[in-house]
Design a protein around this ligand. Structure first.
Ligand code: PMP
Length: 365
């Protein structure tokens, strides 16, 4: 291999030099019970696995065609197909929205603690990221959020249920925000919709500045295939089409997605397992004396305190991964646990009890 002899002097845009980076802790996740990334802990629908096995070799030689699948997904959601764009996960969806709508002088508003990719994608386009921090209840700060909107606001992000808190924002609050800012895009991230059930998808027709993001990574169990979607007015989706590559979602993912949406019964079943498991997890945490934030998603944020690192390490020793959220704003000492199917909740709770004992953790109650 040749070694470069002269130094690179080319620099990226100034905002790229300044923007934060996101490095999720992906290493060493094999062969563990992964209660760290809010994934489906079982598998996608068996219908998806059958379709995957039937994909002929020559299919991999073809550029993917997204549009017929967009039509199917739109029909499945009761939307016209010009109101939907499939994306390479919601991660790409966020990136596309920021690319399409944010000028360097525009403001964008988010309510931390929330999903870090918003910081990343917004900071790529503008320095004016307005953060309306939740108070210690970690509920959505509606009044302060509304008060932060001004004529420079161009993008408003509402994540419901939110990650990592599990807190929700009511439909009437979302619509009040959207109506207060007709000059801004209101992006509602419904990545965890299936575990909650409330949506503003049906409000798109009457709220033209609304965009809804959904993922197939969570309830559908397709995180590895990278598929998400954006829904909005034909005009807004049209702009997003312009900034999207025509091949952003690969053909294997598209084939699997058509199979996945045929099996509604699987999603209903999986979401129900999570609701039951979430109640059981919260009950178990009550018994252990661990404070947590009531969640509408497939995870629970626990308040562990100074021993947060020790807990994550003790759980890892037992083959179970948790996500330490201590560096998130307002989350010092907090650890997040994903809710999976019943047996994974049982293993999680048993290991939590043993690990808390081992590290000498004492309840504050
Ligand atoms: N939004 C939220 C709130 C999330 O928690 C996540 C994943 N952790 C995403 C979006 C990204 O999802 P995807 O896998 O579709 O990129």
């Amino acid at each position: 291999m040749s070694t470069p002899t002269s130094k690179v002097t080319v620099k990226p845009r100034r905002l790229i030099l300044e923007m934060p980076e996101y490095h999720p802790p992906l290493a060493g996740r094999d062969n563990a019970l992964r209660l760290d990334f809010n994934e489906n802990t079982l598998a996608p629908s068996p219908v998806v696995m059958d379709r995957l096995k039937q994909i002929p070799a020559e299919r991999l030689t073809v550029y993917p065609e997204r549009e017929p699948v967009e039509r199917q997904v739109a029909a499945h959601l009761g939307l016209p197909s010009n109101q939907l764009l499939l994306t390479n996960g919601v991660d790409e969806a966020i990136h596309l929205v920021c690319c399409a709508f944010l000028e360097p002088e525009d403001e964008a508003i988010i309510a931390p603690p929330s999903f870090f990719m918003y910081d990343v994608s917004i900071s790529m386009m503008t320095r004016h990221l307005v953060k309306v921090q939740a108070d210690e209840t970690l509920q959505f700060p509606f009044e302060r959020f509304l008060a932060a909107i001004n004529e420079r606001t161009k993008l408003i992000v509402i994540v419901s249920p939110n990650n990592p808190t599990g807190a929700t924002v009511g439909r009437s609050e979302i619509l009040a925000i959207a109506n207060a800012a007709p000059h801004a895009v209101v992006l509602v991230d419904e990545a965890y919709f299936h575990f909650h059930g409330e949506t503003v998808l049906n409000d798109l027709a009457t709220t033209p500045n609304l965009i809804v993001a959904r993922t197939f990574s969570k309830a559908y169990g397709l995180a590895n295939l990278r598929i998400g979607m954006l829904a909005g007015s034909p005009e807004l989706i049209g702009y997003l089409h312009k900034v999207s590559s025509p091949y952003n979602v690969n053909g294997v993912a598209l084939d699997c997605l058509t199979a996945a949406i045929e099996d509604d019964a699987y999603i209903t079943w999986y979401a129900e397992q999570i609701r039951i498991g979430r109640e059981r997890m919260m009950g178990g945490l009550d018994e252990l004396g661990v404070h947590y934030f009531p969640s509408a998603a497939n995870f629970v944020l626990m308040k562990i305190g100074p021993l947060h690192r020790e807990l994550v390490a003790a759980m890892r020793k037992r083959g179970i991964l948790l996500r330490d959220r201590s560096t998130d704003p307002g989350c010092d000492g907090y650890v997040r646990i994903t809710i999976g199917i019943g047996e994974h909740v049982t293993r999680g709770l048993e290991a939590l009890k043993a690990s808390l004992d081992e590290i000498g953790w004492k309840s504050e109650f």
